[in-house]
Design a protein. Structure first.
Length: 250
């Protein structure tokens, strides 16, 4: 892993490293506090950035590491992907150590995500806000999620709550409902940052379709007028079929 990629990941982890009292080893690839240790690495063959975590016993001895999160990293020169991986690793570590930081509005209630773009792009929160507008029943699930974890663990939230709804949508093949949902996915994909694009095709659509041919055909038909998202979805499904490591993430 080159130094620029490492720095981008650590930029996202600095807050939790300081707050939770993690100390680095000499090359800053492994960190440890009194309870857990973690290390980041790049599997060049499988094109993945990896976060591995191990327990630390009372004697300060580090146990066996196991993978806690992985992030597809096709292009080592694409630092935005490294930044996205760092944000995902941050959420994983935050959940692991039980760090809370619930977002509260001025009325003392859990704040809902904003639909507004971050800069010139949609991010995972604005994507979430748009999905909450399409599926209002997810609003309570969102509040419960934030209350439990103290932050928005977007991969977990979308896999647990949005993917089943997309599965049902594709199974029912209701043209009116499809025309309500898929243009929103396309809007956010086209106008979104790299993270939200990865989430839409890699977590939501691929997660809903996987090996189901009928769902795939329905999705491709629904994407007929959305060429950028259709092409990305086609490519991610092909990767899912060929890449065992990628399949294992589902």
């Amino acid at each position: 892993m080159n130094s620029q990629v490492q720095e981008k990941i650590l930029e996202q982890l600095n807050g939790i490293i300081e707050t939770a009292g993690f100390k680095a080893n000499e090359d800053k690839t492994q960190y440890q506090n009194e309870k857990i240790a973690f290390k980041i690495s790049h599997d060049e063959e499988k094109k993945l950035l990896l976060l591995d975590i191990a327990e630390v016993n009372e004697a300060g001895e580090v146990g066996e590491f196991s993978n806690a999160s992985s992030w597809l990293f096709d292009n080592p020169e694409e630092l935005r992907d490294a930044e996205s991986a760092g944000m995902d690793f941050f959420d994983t570590l935050k959940n692991k150590i039980g760090m809370k930081g619930t977002r509260i509005n001025k009325n003392g209630e859990i704040a809902m995500p904003s639909k507004e773009k971050s800069g010139n792009s949609f991010n995972v929160e604005s994507f979430c806000a748009k999905m909450l507008a399409v599926y209002p029943q997810l609003k309570d699930e969102y509040k419960n999620h934030i209350s439990e974890y103290g932050s928005f663990l977007y991969v977990d939230f979308f896999k647990t709550h949005l993917v089943p709804l997309i599965e049902t949508l594709l199974d029912e093949n209701n043209k009116k409902s499809l025309k309500k949902v898929f243009p929103v996915l396309d809007e956010v994909y086209v106008g979104g940052d790299r993270t939200v694009q990865n989430v839409i095709v890699g977590v939501v659509l691929c997660g809903a379709v996987k090996d189901n041919t009928d769902r795939y055909n329905t999705a491709m038909e629904a994407l007929a007028e959305h060429q950028f998202l259709k092409s990305a979805f086609f490519n991610i499904i092909n990767r899912y079929k060929k890449d065992k490591k990628f399949r294992a993430m589902f």
